[in-house]
Ligand binder design. Sequence first.
Ligand SMILES: *[C@@H]1O[C@H](CO)[C@@H](O)[C@H](O)[C@H]1NC(C)=O
Ligand SMILES: *[C@@H]1O[C@H](CO)[C@@H](O)[C@H](O)[C@H]1NC(C)=O
Ligand SMILES: *[C@@H]1O[C@H](CO)[C@@H](O)[C@H](O)[C@H]1NC(C)=O
Ligand SMILES: *[C@@H]1O[C@H](CO)[C@@H](O)[C@H](O)[C@H]1NC(C)=O
Ligand SMILES: *[C@@H]1O[C@H](CO)[C@@H](O)[C@H](O)[C@H]1NC(C)=O
Ligand SMILES: *[C@@H]1O[C@H](CO)[C@@H](O)[C@H](O)[C@H]1NC(C)=O
Length: 796
Amino acid sequence: MKFAMHSILFLAFVLFSWFQTPTFATRKSYIVYLGSHSHGREATNADWERATESHHELLGSFLGGSKEVAKEAMTYSYTRVINAFSAVMDENVAAEIKRHPKVLKVFESKQRKLHTTRSWEFLTQTDSNGVALPHSTFKRARFGADVIIANIDTGVWPESPSFSDEGMGSIPSRWKGACDVGKDPLRFRCNRKLIGARYLNKAYISSLKSWGSSSKELSQPELNTPRDYDGHGSHTLSTAGGGFVHGANMFGRLANGTASGGSPMARVAAYKVCWPDFFSLMGPGTICMDDDILAAFDMAIHDGVHVISASLGGSAAKDYLDDIFVVAAFHAYKKGIHVVASGGNSGPEPKSIVNIAPWIFTIAASTIDRDFQARVELQNGKILVGASFSRASPQGRFYPIIAGAEARRANSTIGDAKFCLLGTIDPKKVKDKILVCKTDDDEFSADRMEQGFEANQTGAAAMILGGNKAMNEMPVKHLLPAVHIKYQDFVALFAYLKSTKNPMATIHPPTDVFNLKPSPEVADFSSRGPTTFLPEILKPDITAPGVNILAAYSPAAPLTSYYNDNRQNFSYNLLSGTSMSCPHVAGVVGLLKTLHPDWSPSATKSAMMTTAKTRDSTDHPMLAETDTYDATITTKATPFEYGSGHIRPNKALDPGLVYDLTLNDYLDLLCGLYNNATELRLFYDAPYKCPHSYSVLNFNYPSITVPFLYSPVNVTRTLKNVGSPATYVARVFSPPGLTINLEPKTLKFDKVGEEKSFTLTFDVTRPGFGTAFGRIIWSDGKHFVRSPITVGGVHV
Ligand SMILES: *[C@@H]1O[C@H](CO)[C@@H](O)[C@H](O)[C@H]1NC(C)=O
Ligand SMILES: *[C@@H]1O[C@H](CO)[C@@H](O)[C@H](O)[C@H]1NC(C)=O
Ligand SMILES: *[C@@H]1O[C@H](CO)[C@@H](O)[C@H](O)[C@H]1NC(C)=O
Ligand SMILES: *[C@@H]1O[C@H](CO)[C@@H](O)[C@H](O)[C@H]1NC(C)=O
Ligand SMILES: *[C@@H]1O[C@H](CO)[C@@H](O)[C@H](O)[C@H]1NC(C)=O
Ligand SMILES: *[C@@H]1O[C@H](CO)[C@@H](O)[C@H](O)[C@H]1NC(C)=O
């Protein structure tokens, strides 16, 4: 996606350096990490207070021995599971604390972003029934009834019908969470469906203070409640675990159907960590601070959730050791909790994938078969079809058409007015007309929301947008009826404008269009592999629907983030991003957890990965969208785009075999990575004996990656039988340029839980520096256990 950010970016840099230099040169927020607490889930207030006391003591000893000063500086004392505290301090104090014998690491607190940028509103795809989940699949897994799903996001709109507790039994006894409603202005209430809610805002509030917010501003009820004023959190939580809601739609019409989460009977809990970014110069946005996120993990693990869904991320980590999120996720993993995270929206750039640790389930995003289209009817009878999300339409009434350049104000240039930039359109010229605005040329790409805002505020009746050669235009929720047309149609429209004195047109209401093109396709925005750190682990892991997903929303949220005064009272909304695909997977994990409560997080992940599909609705290899300079093209997708493929929940319930991993497997991996007891202690406090030799190639991951192949290499994997006794035979699809030899070729399983190993020997026949893709499929005739094979350093 392109934006007209050139001028704004420049402004941002100037202002940031002006504000930041004097205030923040030395004082920053740090997380001082001490490992795990020795107390378990049965701990009492007294244990937690003792932990806080020891944190005050430790920090105080670096601040002139004063516990009072320490208390003042401390943002969080994490007391439940994760032993850590966060505090604002000088760089040199942070450097000293690092040397304290109890301190394992001092992390600089960073900010993360949600993985739907609202700008993604002009992309396409999923639906009220996004993943094709047959009723029988839901039923077999009892609608995910036994799981508790946590969402780390912008909170929740508790009154949404998606969180109704009708038909739900009593709250499970393992739940130790809370409904911490703060100063909610609208009487926030949890129920037997939404069993918990917390808001973690201390680091956020502290950052607002440092930017000069007054105490009155800071005590606004909206900043002290788990209630969702953004929409993103309600959307993601309902996608993971929302109940069935019939007749959910947008604008009373679009995407109408039955909305439901992946685990419709699951219990859900919201941990609000993302807050409005009032100081963003890029327009209203949302920030999520590491200190607040860590508090959410600490609480959620203690509270007794089974699945944590997190649709947010920072920049791609260079090393797991620099990323507190990765460490927090490992704490969750150790308690058997599944952590599912979005892979980011920085595609199609290669190596843009984030949240890549092997104990995190990393999700890409793909399209479904639905689009939203409206017809523009010119008075000469010609029809132009474009993308549209409009609520209303001129309903058959014809209006004069005027191009932005013709409608310009005296004080603006033709160059600006043709894009309908803010303040460039003369209300007298466009009143009750259809305004035509160019979106892109070779140097500039306009902000579509801004264009719609200008058209609406100058009194246009409707708007037609076009001129983008680079991609299929995606609909945007404009404030007035609008259609985004393709480049060729835009050229045709101008030919019509030239051909007649009084050009007229009408815009018909948009409709859902199905079966438009092969689906799924990997979305252009979905972040891509390979990873730069530990490339032996393929990321992303899997793809799921993430384009135009209908799910619950916050009625208090603005329709778009651009113009805040524009609250729309929407119960449901269509959003796009890996933020949307992540909770689809979290929901399906809930189904698997209900059906197979004894499976490890790794077994569940393997079940979903080995049953994923790599073909689309036309039975051809799945495609990926890629933007080039002047066209949107689709190319054959690779595992760097979809990992193991697109989720198939019904198959995942019965995978036959799984590639399981134990805690020791992960510790051995960490031994192999760091070979250093100090670094290992970040993840595991107890003594651990590392193996003498270790090859990460043999880490029992459900995908197989040999990043560098120059001489023969052996890769071993172990399969565990989770189905009935059977004999499995493998087929290996080897890419050109190398040979892959398999030994043994048959694996016979006599009972459930039995494990059998095999070895693949890779050899290069034509050396070079390309990347090649193959696959191995184990089958007993009924199950197909498929792993992608990625090999680097061969000639293709
Ligand atoms: C939306 O779907 C529901 C069923 O889920 C149906 O009863 C209703 O009539 C539909 N509404 C529209 C506008 O199509
Ligand atoms: C042109 O003038 C109008 C009205 O005075 C103002 O609102 C608008 O921002 C100006 N536009 C530009 C591009 O300076
Ligand atoms: C412009 O926006 C306002 C406020 O959202 C809305 O009431 C009005 O109907 C819009 N204009 C058109 C032509 O839709
Ligand atoms: C928002 O919509 C709901 C129903 O969807 C309605 O009950 C409520 O009154 C509306 N609120 C406002 C402020 O329009
Ligand atoms: C182990 O790692 C720590 C932290 O990165 C480092 O300070 C220390 O020097 C390392 N020790 C060895 C023996 O490499
Ligand atoms: C791979 O395994 C085979 C058989 O177990 C063994 O003979 C061979 O030496 C191994 N090759 C490498 C490169 O380790």
